[in-house]
Design a protein around this ligand. Structure first.
Ligand code: PNS
Length: 172
């Protein structure tokens, strides 16, 4: 059985993440979405909320795959998660060249720690290539429409700023 771990902050999960997950599910028998506590970032939502939102998104948008995709929260190293769940693959998405350097570094470091684990990259679909969780949060906070960028479960939860400074205020 081919098991893969898809690690990330998912703060929040976007349609770009879902696209990568869909494609990973077409290749692997089981995908463990690992919501990792990243000591270098201070997340907007607690890990429990991120896990719950991903589960809801999967139920809404990938219902037929929910028995092969599990979502869990983890602390520690991605490679330790792989060992714990019996995964020989790490899945990551690449949006553009800008992602490449950091991803290459992570893949090499993970491989140095766990030579039995390989990183597999999926190119994010072009229509999602501009998406990032942080931009989604910012747009939502200023009242912008993020409905095409995130699953419904996320759009429902995101705090909508409601006011868009400068928008609709004619300066004559
Ligand atoms: O969605 P992100 O924030 O780009 O995901 C980064 C993540 C969580 C995959 C990365 O920070 C990670 O693997 N963290 C777990 C700790 C770890 O294994 N660090 C060494 C990576 S070489």
């Amino acid at each position: 059985m081919r098991v893969a771990v898809y690690p990330g902050s998912f703060d929040p999960i976007t349609n770009g993440h879902l696209d990568v997950l869909r494609r990973a599910a077409a290749v692997f028998d089981r995908v463990v979405v690992a919501v990792l506590i990243n000591p270098r970032k201070s997340p907007n939502d607690p890990a429990e909320v991120r896990v719950e939102t991903i589960r809801e998104s999967l139920a809404d948008e990938m219902a037929s795959e929910t028995d092969r995709i599990v979502v869990e929260m983890f602390e520690g190293l991605t490679v330790d998660v792989c060992r714990r769940v019996g995964a020989r693959f790490v899945v990551r998405g690449l949006r553009a060249v800008a992602d490449f350097e950091a991803e290459l570094q992570m893949a090499h470091m993970n491989r140095a720690m766990a030579p039995e684990v390989d990183t597999v990259f999926f190119m994010t679909a072009l229509e999602h290539a501009y998406l990032s969780s942080s931009l989604v949060r910012e747009i939502a906070a200023f009242g912008g429409d993020v409905s095409g960028m995130v699953p419904i479960a996320v759009a429902r939860r995101l705090p909508q700023g409601g006011t868009r400074p400068g928008v609709g205020q004619a300066s004559l």
